[in-house]
Every structure is written in C-alpha cells, then in structure tokens.
Write a protein that binds this ligand. Structure first.
Ligand SMILES: Cc1ncc(COP(=O)(O)O)c(C=O)c1O
Length: 469
C-alpha cells in the first residue's frame, strides 16, 4: 500500500473515531466563561444516547460485561456517595481502606486463598488488568534482583498472553521469552520448560487467554515453576470471576488458582466479570514477602514519608467502593447465576458458529469464541459483521476474529441475531468477488473496510495514532 493510498483510510478512521466533529462544539482551549452545568449534562446525555445502543443491545464483544440498567444505577449511586474518596489518604477515608482490603480478601478466597485455602494470599486493588500485570512483572523483577541477584530478568510467556506482558517487558527492561502454542491453542509446556534459563524470574499462564479464550495447562506450568523455583503468574483477568462459578456449575474447569502450589501470583478483574464499573482489578500474591516488592516507599522525601502500593498516587476511592459493592451485591449465588447465563449463551453461540460452513472455532473455549476460516477471508467476514452493526475483535497469527460473550448477549434474541448475522456475513463474502480483507485487526476497533492497512503502515503515516481535537 502506497502512503497516498492511506489518506482515505486515515480520513475514514478519523471520521469513525471522531464522529462528533461536525455535530458538536470542539474545545481546543478553555471556554472564556464557564458553560452552564445543565447545558453540559444535556450535551453529554446526547452523546451517550448515540453510543449506548451499540453496547447495550449486545453488538459489542466484551467491553461491557453486565450493563443492566438497575446495576448501573446502583453503581452510580455508590460512586456518588464516595466521589471524594482517595485511598492515598486513609486517615480521611478509612472506608476506602476497608473496601479495598475486603475486595482483595474476597477475591483471594474465591481463588484458593483465604481461611479455607492458602491463608497467606494477599494483594492490592489496581486500576485494571494491565496495571495488575505490570505490577506483578515489576515485582518479580525486583524480587529476583534482590533475592537471586538477577540483573537481566527474563519472563517465559505463551504467545497468546495479553499484550500487557510485553508492555511490562518494555517498561521494566525484562526480556520476554515466547512459548508457542500447541494445536489446541494451549501453551506448550515442554517448550516452556526449554525456555527457562538461570535468568528466568517467572512464567505466565492465562486462564483464559484473551485471543482464543483457551485456558493454558496451568497445573503443569505451576508444577514446572515450582520445580524450577521461579514465579508463576496466572492471568485470570478474564476468568477470575467466571471460572470458580463455572467449576461449581460442573463445567470442565482445570485447576488454575492458588490451590496449585506453584502459583505465586494472579490477576483478576473486578471491572470485567466482577461486574464493577471500569477502573479496578485485583493483583494477588501467594505471600506478603513477594508483595512487599510491589510497594513504593520514600522515607526521605521533603513532602514527608511517602508510601503507595500501586503506580498511581491519588486514586479514585469511589471506583474501589463500586467494586466492593458489586461483589457483595452479587455474592456467590449471584455470580453463579450470572455465570450460568453467560456460559449457556456462549454455548449457543459456539454451536451456531460451528454449524456455519467455512468457519472453524479455535480451541475448546467456554465464552470467548474465536473463529477462523480456510475458505473465506475472516477479516472480510468481520467487515460484513460491522456493516450489520457488530463490533468484534480481530486477531492475527493466525487471522481470526472473536466474540467475548458477556451478559449483554444473554438478552433474549441476541445470540440468535449474532449467529444469523454471521451466517449472512459469510454468505456475503462468498458472493462478493474479490472480498479479500487485508484489514489490520486493530485492538478495540470494529473491523470495517475503513480500517484496512497494516498497523505499521498506519503508525508510519500517522505518528502515534494520536487524533487531533
Ligand atoms: C486475559 C486478559 N488479561 C489482561 C487484560 C487487560 O485488561 P485491561 O484491559 O483491564 O487492562 C485483558 C483484557 O481484555 C485480558 O483479556
């Protein structure tokens, strides 16, 4: 693709990401006189009402995991009550300390820690899955430097693990050693063993991984880590609040949590299937000795003794309060019922996808259903789905797409609509000559004709994909 060919792509991308340029006032500097508050609220309601149907009616993959009106209103009320809280000032908001400590304790006990499990499991609340992973990776780096004298740390990571591990490697000077997947899309344990060196500080397993929703062989990887005396981080950002209840419901859930002796840390996202508002996750450690390396302390700062557990300084206590409120509003029973609805819907979607000629479901997933095709161009199918209103995730190596099923899809008729639209999309691709997609599966963007071009080409042409106001 020549640079000039990208102009329409960039224009279309801009139009897609900045649809309000024409219809709404753009601020590039402060208004000279402040605007009326009710006027601001009205504009925001207007913007939200245009966006809401997309996620609320179940056209999105992942993104909004509960989205029921009653639950949203409840969380909004919780936010309003706690809107000024900042856990950086526990003396002013001891309630924030309580909420966070209890979110951590409840998550730990759900994942094999606590009184009935491994009592030493502890952790902190972070701002999301990525931060939980970044914190754990930096903790392993610093722990290994202090305890084992490792100055060039390596982490062994299956290629299906979330990009947050690569981000951590880039941020913290860690070398990632990739582990290939087997034909079942699970991490290859033998390859993981071979990848371990004297510099390895930890290995990673996903339960499940983002791309294909496949759970790695955590038990074998945990055993391996235990034997080789390295850390084992289980990324349960997506599965931490689903798998315990799926297990209870009798689904085939392999061991994946602190009940495995080699598992030394985990991430689990309250803001996904914990059904809390966006902005919280939990990072857990097997022992407080390991967690200690996560904490930042400064005893000589002119501003006084300074301590913070995560990357941020000031933090929104209201978001932690929402995580706490969501967890205790659901309880074990609520999560179990929600998980049943989720997994039954996902099973129906999987069955529907499997019945479509020319599509193949990848791996043996429970609720993230990835599909590829040897016969039709799967990105062209995504384009067709976008034309029908869907916002799926594009995957690469191999080319594929997925839908991460949420409770939005458990609404009546949504799963059937998905399958019917997917069938129609495959048909359309078969019958439109030359509909071979070359779309880059840009994370978080719907696959449309407009986003064709590789990420590298787009970045080269458009700097850091920073769109102007
Ligand atoms: C398995 C997995 N890990 C980590 C993350 C990162 O989470 P976040 O987007 O909250 O930072 C995701 C997000 O989808 C995920 O699916």
């Amino acid at each position: 693709m020549k640079p000039s060919d990208l102009d329409p792509v960039i224009d279309a991308l801009e139009a897609e990401l900045r649809p309000y340029r024409e219809s709404h006032r753009t601020y590039t500097k402060l208004p000279v006189v402040g605007r009326d508050r009710s006027d601001i609220l009205e504009e925001m309601r207007d913007l939200a009402s245009e966006e809401e149907p997309k996620w609320s009616s179940g056209f999105a993959s992942g993104a909004v995991y509960h989205g029921g009106l009653d639950h949203i209103e409840f969380l909004n009320e919780v936010y309003a009550i706690n809107s000024q809280a900042n856990p950086l000032h526990p003396e002013l908001w001891p309630s924030a300390v309580k909420y966070e400590a209890e979110v951590v304790a409840m998550t730990a006990s759900m994942l094999g820690g606590g009184e009935a499990g491994v009592p030493s499991v502890c952790g902190t609340v972070s701002s999301g899955g990525t931060e939980s992973i970044l914190l754990a990776m930096r903790t392993y780096r610093d722990h290994a430097r202090a305890e084992r004298g490792i100055t060039e740390p390596e982490v062994v990571v299956p290629v299906s693990a979330h990009a947050a591990f690569d981000k951590a490697a880039q941020y913290f000077g860690i070398t990632l050693v990739p582990v290939p997947l087997g034909p079942d899309y699970k991490a290859d344990v033998q390859a993981a063993e071979q990848a371990i060196t004297s510099r390895t500080v930890a290995l990673v397993a996903s339960a499940p991984g983002f791309p294909h929703g496949v759970i790695d062989p955590v038990e074998q990887l945990s055993d391996l880590a235990f034997r080789r005396r390295i850390g084992c981080h289980v990324d349960a950002c997506l599965g931490g609040f689903v798998l315990p209840w799926a297990e209870r419901l009798g689904y085939p859930v392999p061991p994946f949590d602190f009940r495995l002796p080699g598992v030394t840390s985990m991430s689990a996202d309250t803001h996904k299937f914990g059904y809390a508002a966006k902005g919280t996750s939990v990072v857990l450690y097997r022992t407080s000795e390991l967690r200690r390396y996560q904490y930042y302390r400064n005893v000589s700062w002119m501003g006084g003794l300074y301590y913070s557990p995560t990357f941020a300084g000031s933090r929104p206590g209201a978001i932690s309060a929402e995580a706490w409120a969501s967890m205790i509003a659901f309880g074990e029973e609520g999560y179990t019922i929600a998980t049943q609805a989720l997994l039954e819907t996902a099973a129906a979607i999987r069955k529907g996808v499997e019945a479509i000629d020319d599509l193949q479901v990848l791996g043996d997933p429970l609720w993230v259903i990835a599909f590829a095709s040897d016969q039709v161009d799967v990105y062209a199918v995504m384009d067709q789905m976008s034309l029908r209103g869907w916002n799926l995730n594009g995957l690469q190596n191999p080319p594929a797409a997925h839908i991460c099923v949420t409770l939005r899809h458990a609404q009546p008729g949504v799963a059937d609509r998905f399958v019917a639209d997917l069938q129609a999309s495959v048909e359309a691709v078969r019958h439109i000559p030359g509909s071979q997609g070359v779309m880059a599966p840009i994370y978080g963007m719907a696959g449309t004709q407009k986003t064709r071009g590789t990420v590298e080409e787009l970045l080269a042409r458009y700097g850091d994909l920073q769109f102007k106001a």
